[in-house]
Ligand binder design. Sequence first.
Ligand code: F3S
Length: 639
Amino acid sequence: MAGTITEKILSRHIVEGEAVAGQEVALKIDNTLTQDATGTMAYLQFEAIGIDRVKTQFSVSFVDHNTLQTDFRNADDHLYLQSVAKRYGLYFSRPGNGICHQVFLERFARPGNTLIGSDSHTPTAGGIGCFAMGAGGLDVACAMAGAPFRIKYPKIVGIKLTGRLNDWVSAKDVILEVLRRVDVKGNVGKVFEYFGEGVKTLSVPDRATITNMGTETGCTTSIFPSDEITREFLKAQGREEDWQLLVPDEDATYDEVIEINLSEIEPMVALPHSPGNVRRVREVGPIKVDQVAIGSCTNSSLRDLMMVAAILDGKTVAENLHLTISPGSRQVVEHLIADGGYASIVRAGARIMENACGACIGMGCAPRSEGVSVRTFNRNFEGRSGTKDAKVYLVSPETAAATAITGYLTDPRELGEAPKFELPKKFFVNDNMIIKPLPEEEAKKVEIVRGPNIRPLPSFEPLGDKLEGKALIKVGDNITTDHIMPAGAKILPLRSNIPEISKHVFEAVDPSFYEKARSYGGGFIIGGENYGQGSSREHAALAPKYLGVKAVVVKSFARIHLANLINFGIVPLTFKNPEDYDRISEGDDLEIAIGDLLGPCKLTNKTTGAVIELEHTLSKLDAEILKTGGKLPWIKKQF
Ligand code: F3S
């Protein structure tokens, strides 16, 4: 039977269920990845399951988020992660080695494999032909224990690429064009699979930029074929043996096709405060800029930074702004130094930051109050930069570098002739910052290091048939996990300490949320469309659960957050009639009859007397997990 790449990979990994769009399937997971901000919780959960060694082909633990060691807490977390990796048979990528997705692409990702990662930009590995999905830490813990990962079998959207990118236009502009067309909602349950002649004009790092930011569409994942270009990339990384040919059959069919002529794409920009708010740079016109930040897992590859270096060469950063550059990996830095790019960047006056997430999660590079920041990152949600009233514009490395020179948002085509760059035939390969798994018997003797920042997991009770409480908060559309559970240098070190981190739930939206939740003994969250978009952080479910949130009732959910709510025993419900959203006010007393959660539910607003019909997309298994009090108590019963 003819097949798309998605169908080919999934058919080799389905262990339960049928390949019918919308139906639940269980997938065997080959690889997992974690980063430190979500990893400590994932490994605490893995330990609680009680398995002796990871059961995946391989799993990797990265430290790239909370790298600032301003006190003992992050350092404690790093040591915990390193000792857990040693004890349970994982690879450990040490702080300083780079951003998880960049390093995974360089050193680990394999075409044809399935990967889940406790980071929403895990689809970056789709650039190499890996079926890679973001997931909550608990799902990653379960996959490490050998459990399959459940998804709704996706609708496959073929994105047909034709033509070739013009000078000054790059992969970031392609994904911004995709976002311009499909926006950030309405894509749950879809896979974006790229095909067509245009694919051959894009390198693996280009493709990875596209699949990385595909996350912002809300889709399950994005994927490219594994072809001769993929083979060349793997060969240059010294691991050609990991390559396999993976292309769609000639007569493969897609549920929907979107055509993009690469030759017609121009430099693009996502305006504040949504990655889907996309325009052509030339249409936006000059805006005075205070800061340019280049890097993140979207645009920190060697190709991107060498382009930036070539643009900055011999120039000086404009007086009215400052420029930061965060390389994606140590391999990228080594090449920048050897190839002269580093010197060009430093001479131009950029601040070179660590090879880590840094500025992307609001650490070390927050703009001034009401500042304008132009970034090559993938998200521009309000407050994510670290400055609540800053305006963040998302662009390509070329547009960012041009802007850094002129001081205002600039279409890079104004700079004249474009620099050229080709990937090396052989990258500098040195894995001395990756600690390999120990043999099983040796690993069993390893002691796990638990500093005072590593606090035990809270435990939760099973759910009854009826949920009661107050509407603790009522929020609008497109609430992100950053709104629910903020990140940033102050909060990130609390990721292994649920009682402490829960004090910050919704703090930017309603600073009294914590006190209200405590004094009412929990209750409900009411929301609009696309609730929980953004990062995969399970703390956005775990911390509200700790505060007694029993159900979230909204118009629609983002996929990963929906799964996280189920994992932590919070019932995710949607309004049958979206206009019923208006029949609940903050502070109302509510009662939701959930029964066995196999059918629709009824909400009674005891304050107004209104009766509201609710729906859900829970499977039988989801219902069982919720009723048991969440996935951890449920999975413990399975082993
Ligand atoms: Fe890190 Fe930002 Fe990517 S936090 S993993 S660089 S989205």
